[in-house]
Design a protein around this ligand. Structure first.
Ligand SMILES: Cc1ncc(COP(=O)(O)O)c(C=O)c1O
Length: 413
């Protein structure tokens, strides 16, 4: 059945925003997506009916404990792991710094970590910080022609001393999807752990951390239709073995040990609502409800992936036909399975900021700059030139919106 984008759109109240009497076009998904109505309701419902701290003897505290458990199960269903392997925090960056510090304590001077030039700085800086412990951090280069990882360089950078490989699932700047099975295979061959930054990837495709044999995988719920927050899956054996930095008493459950201070209970309630929304996408798309939420989610994300590929098929050739437009990333439609519908461009005679402002005046929301993928903009020689314009689509976007983008860019060209 063809993907029902109009039903999806009807779930997101923000999509009715107008700019100069035209519907706003939200092509800013890689910076944060809009949320369905039920996510907004979940926050206010929590604050109305369950607002309390945890582990108390009374009703609202009991409800809060159950809501926290539910949110761990929701994320576990989305990623294919155990509920006790999911930790939550304010954002991916803070969680990753906490985790890298704990991992650093388990390593020795001379041990090696591999990072990449394609990654967001949140999967770079936390590992570079371990250099102060004498840990050697090696960086994998990118092929500037199509903004993909240089896999031969990857193979060279992984050595018998490598203890951890930190890699993105997909680039938040240019949309490249990395070959995670190949990276895991190379890392496991030398006994190294793999940390995957799936912040950009999570809203675009199904994830199965067990099938991929990933040790840690980070996401930011605000990029997949939930509120601002971060979450990390960690293999149970690592979460139990490593020592988090934590106040006393620290003797909580496997994942809870990794969460410092009082949690964002209302946000966790809303994360469950966002996952339930995605499950409903799956059940509706299939026409009959699945037996489990995990199956519904896998179906939903597969349907979303196929729909988004049709958006890439539609958008990218039209962008490439605009005079004076430079495109960074995969342009060969046969390889669109290796990219998300996030594209990065520049226009001759206009800075990325000027392009973003011209589009904003027409109600089209895009990002300009480096979006913290600083290693990449530096490698492409664009950091001093204002970076790139990033146009990022998700499943609530449409080809009609792409037409408005193409018209606006053509007028600018
Ligand atoms: C690929 C990627 N990784 C990490 C981050 C950082 O996530 P957070 O804002 O949750 O710290 C982002 C945010 O834009 C991102 O796009």
């Amino acid at each position: 059945m063809s993907f029902d984008a109009s039903w999806a759109r009807s779930q997101f109240p923000a999509l009715s925003e107008q700019v100069n009497n035209q519907p706003a076009v939200f092509f800013d998904g890689p910076g944060g997506t809009q949320v369905p109505e039920r996510v907004i309701t979940a926050i206010s419902d929590y604050l109305r009916h369950s607002n309390a701290n945890t582990h108390g003897a009374f009703l609202t505290s009991n409800r809060t404990d159950a809501i926290i458990e539910d949110s761990r199960q929701a994320m576990a269903d989305l990623l294919g792991c155990g509920a006790d392997e999911i930790m939550f925090g304010p954002n991916m960056t803070s969680l990753t710094f906490g985790l890298s510090r704990a991992i650093g304590q388990s390593l020795s001077a001379g041990d090696e970590i591999v990072i990449t030039r394609l990654d967001h700085d949140a999967n770079v800086a936390p590992w570079l910080a371990l250099r102060e412990l004498g840990i050697v951090v090696n960086e994998v280069d990118v092929d500037v022609e199509d903004c993909t990882l240089d896999m031969e360089d990857f193979a060279r950078k992984i050595t018998s001393k490598t203890k951890l490989v930190a890699v993105g699932f997909a680039s938040n700047a240019v949309g490249t999807i990395n070959d995670i099975p190949a990276v895991v295979k190379m890392a496991k061959a030398v006994g190294a752990m793999v940390f995957v930054d799936a912040v950009h990837y999570a809203p675009h495709a199904p994830i199965d951390v067990k099938a991929l044999d990933i040790d840690f995988l980070a996401c930011s719920p605000y990029k997949f239709f939930a509120p601002h927050s971060g979450t990390i899956y960690g293999k149970r054996e690592h979460l139990d073995r490593l020592k988090p930095y934590k106040v006393r008493p620290a003797g909580e459950d496997t994942a809870g040990r990794w969460e410092t201070g009082t949690k964002n209970h209302e946000i966790m309630a809303a994360i469950t609502a966002a996952v339930d929304y995605l499950a409903e996408v799956g059940n509706r798309d299939a026409g009959t409800p699945f037996a489990t939420r995990r199956e519904a989610l896998t179906h939903a994300m597969t349907a979303i992936q196929a729909y988004e590929r049709s958006l890439s098929d539609y958008m990218i050739p039209r962008l490439l036909a605009i005079p004076g437009l430079s495109f960074y990333g995969i342009t060969d439609s046969a390889r669109f399975g290796s990219r998300t519908p996030t594209v990065a461009i520049r226009m001759a005679k206009h800075t990325p900021r000027e392009v973003a402002e011209a589009l904003a005046a027409k109600g089209i929301f895009v990002w300009d700059g480096n979006y913290y993928a600083v290693n990449l903009t530096e490698r492409l020689g664009l950091e001093e030139l204002g970076g790139m314009v990033r146009i990022g689509l998700v499943h609530y976007n449409t080809t009609a919106e792409v037409d408005r983008l193409i018209d606006a860019l053509t007028a600018l060209a």
